[in-house]
Design a binder for this molecule. Sequence first.
Ligand code: TYC
Length: 142
Amino acid sequence: MTEILPRGSESPRAHGAGPSLAQSHAQPTRASDDPREPGGNDDGRSGTAIITRTKPKTKRPSLYRVLLLNDDYTPQEFVVHVVEKFFNKSQEAAFQIMMHVHHNGVGECGVFTYEVAETKVTQVMDFARKHQHPLQCVMEKK
Ligand code: TYC
C-alpha cells in the first residue's frame, strides 16, 4: 500500500514512542510546510510536492480483559475446569485464578482483542448454562 502523506509525517514513529502520535494525522502546522501556501516548501514547478509511504502504518488493536465473577453456587472444580479448557491454563494456574476470584469477587483469565474476548465470554457463558451453573464471565476494555 502506498499513500500520499501530509508534509512532516514521512517518518513514522516506533510503537510507544513519544507523546505526539496525534500529530501524525494532522495538517501541516507551519504555513511553509503546506504545499498550497505561497512562499512555502512547494517545489515551485508542479505546484505539488508528494511524499509517499510504502510501509503500511500499523495500529495496535484495543485489548480486553476477560474476567470471571464469583458466586456462591458454582463448584470450585467446575471453575478450574473452565479456566483450563477455555483459557489454556495449567491446572495449577487455573486453581490460582479460581481462588483469586473466590476471595476477591473477580479475576482476570486473559487479555485478548475484542473478537477473541467476545468469543471466550460466549463460550464460558454457554458452557456454564449447559451445566446449570450461574458462573458469570465478562469482558472489560483495558
Ligand atoms: N465461590 C464458589 C464456591 O465457593 C467458587 C467460585 C470461584 C465460583 C470462582 C465462581 O468465578 C468463580 N463454590
